[in-house]
Design a protein around this ligand. Structure first.
Ligand code: PAF
Length: 279
């Protein structure tokens, strides 16, 4: 695996690649969720490029930028073992040079759900992903379904700028308890992990309720809340149902395929998860 430590090395290293390129952007601290994205790219494309860059712009001043987990050597070894072709590990100056101009793309989804709790988050995400895509020029971009709103916003941004890139959305990977894998799970104590495992269980109860014919969004949301660990119920940021295609919030009956999305604080750690509700 070739490692590029700056833009010049990346450009030189990939300029003559005349093949289908898959790209997996990450912030490192890789877990099986990331690995599944790399595996899918390795299967479906000719060359796979990963990136590791902890993007300061997507963290608010009160968030965990300074303690975000870092495991660069372990990450590199894992990717080498998988057979990943290239890894881009840029510096802050590579991504945001002094003359850097922010793109002014703001989607209609920037301010809802995650965006209402993390106001500058999606602007930070689109800035970095746009920059990375302009540097890497992939044919395919691999993203996980756990960050469903991010996935939707990035897809919309790619359409907006007419970038010739196909977004591949990859399934959520969970641990044995059902907890969706996230680099932030390392912050959880054993007790908190136990509480956090009720998030997916409660999502499944709610989805079963839906699959049994209940189409009322408020009933589905109530089922989620009723089954969640008592401590966590007090710390729900949101439980919402959105239309899977438009991502618009569904308040009445669920008529189209939808996503049940949740964000919950477990101790000091904020977790998100979702399940599909297929009509
Ligand atoms: O999902 C992530 O890890 C990040 O938001 C991403 C897409 C790598 C951008 O920093």
């Amino acid at each position: 695996m070739k490692i590029f430590r700056n833009n010049a090395e990346l450009m030189q290293g990939i300029q003559n690649l005349n093949c289908k390129i898959g790209f997996v952007p990450t912030m490192g601290a890789l877990h099986s969720g990331h690995i599944s994205l790399f595996k899918q790219s390795l299967l479906e494309t000719d060359k796979t490029i990963g990136s590791i860059f902890v993007n300061p712009k997507q963290f608010s001043p009160s968030e965990d930028l300074n303690r975000y987990p870092k495991n660069l050597n372990t990450d590199i070894n894992q990717l080498k073992d998988l057979g990943v072709d290239y890894l881009f590990v840029p510096s802050i100056d590579d991504i945001y040079p002094d003359n850097f101009e922010e793109i002014d793309y703001i989607s209609d989804l920037h301010g809802i759900l995650e965006g209402s709790f993390r106001p500058s988050h999606f602007n930070g995400v689109v800035q970095v992903v746009y920059r990375l895509l302009k540097l890497v020029h992939p044919d395919y971009l691999y993203l996980g379904k756990k960050d469903a709103q991010q996935l939707k916003i990035i897809s919309k941004m790619i359409d907006h700028y007419k970038m010739p890139i196909k977004v591949k959305s990859c399934e959520i990977i969970r641990d044995q308890s059902g907890l969706a894998l996230s680099s932030r799970n390392t912050y959880l104590s054993t007790q908190e992990k136990l509480q956090a495992s009720t998030i997916y269980k409660s999502l499944c109860y709610a989805r079963n309720h839906f699959d049994n014919g209940n189409r009322s969004s408020s009933e589905i949301i109530k089922t989620f809340e009723k089954n969640l660990n008592d401590q966590l119920v007090k710390n729900i940021d949101y439980v919402s149902i959105v239309d899977e295609t438009t991502f618009m919030i569904t308040n009445g009956n669920i008529e189209n395929n939808a996503l049940l999305l949740v964000a919950v604080k477990v101790g000091a750690t904020r977790l998100i998860d979702n399940v599909e509700l297929l009509v």
